[in-house]
Design a protein around this ligand. Sequence first.
Ligand code: FNR
Length: 342
Amino acid sequence: MTRAQRKRDHIKYALSTGQSRRTGFDDIEFVHQSLPDTSLAEVSIQTKIGGLSLSSPIFINAMTGGGGKDTERINGQLAVAAREAGVAMAVGSQMSALKNPEERQSFIIVRKLYKEGIIFANLGSEATVEQAEAAVHMIEADALQIHLNVIQELTMPEGDRSFKGALERIERIAERLPVPVFVKETGFGLGREAAEKLAKLPVAAMDVSGFGGTNFAAVENKRRANKLDYFSHWGIPTAAAIIECAAVDGGPDVIASGGLQHSLDAAKSLALGAAAAGMAGTFLKVLMDEGPEALRDELFAVHNDLKLIMCAVGARRVTDLRQAPLIIKGETFHRLHVRGYE
Ligand code: FNR
């Protein structure tokens, strides 16, 4: 199977596998405030992650690139929607384009169509410093995401089988790169143990990319005959992952992703301590099912709804959401208790 075919399969199966919604967000509830003392006009959704100022905490998370004309078209449409809504955008892994210059166009299109945008480059933790510099240079990126994907690799028959030295490579890249380095999971969730290791490095932000949304173990299991079903149910649900990462003393900024479907999920993420909220599968589905204008409208709607929710709970700024009283119920409450959180 060619790499382009695999990329197309990933998009197809990621959409058809869908999102299990086992993120834990349904266990989190804002406590209604009858006297919030806010007006919608003064609500601001600006935020900062890893030293970058963003006009919105919502962003389009890493998805695709390198799969030929199809991914070039999808990335172009994502970039135009991101530009029109003024949100940041990550590209998918650029490793294939570093190895095969013909694949660069599907990434470069993003910067070409979104010149003023905040754009994140993306590579796996196998990358060298030189590859990281080249990926950033390719799209004049404002930050680099380094993704961790142990479970997807193990579920792929042709996937990696050694994950040694990732932390050291991330450290070298973060020390040398002129732009902030974000470390992200890919749908299995960053937990306390990983976050504590990353907190010791000059990493600017960590994207929890938790369980409950797009599930690459389930996607890979669709592609293989002898299925590793146990990995389809593996991972730290997003709500718990945010809480674990945000609790790390002196840790990097926390970014929420993994199964976010709407502004209420984003608002809960920000209330749990995230500084930004990324969506991949949800936005891809809107784009593929309804087209680029629908994605732009969806981004506008998410912004409007987020402002309404912030107004309702008395939050003028994104960071004020952290003071909003929350109820944590069910499995998420249980998990946190077992893990020793109050
Ligand atoms: C992804 N994701 C991803 N992540 C990454 O760091 N590099 C990549 O190349 C890709 N590729 C990719 C392709 C497709 C089709 C999808 C849907 C997703 C993972 C993505 O950024 C995110 O971490 C997970 O999808 C979980 O978030 P959602 O989709 O539940 O919002």
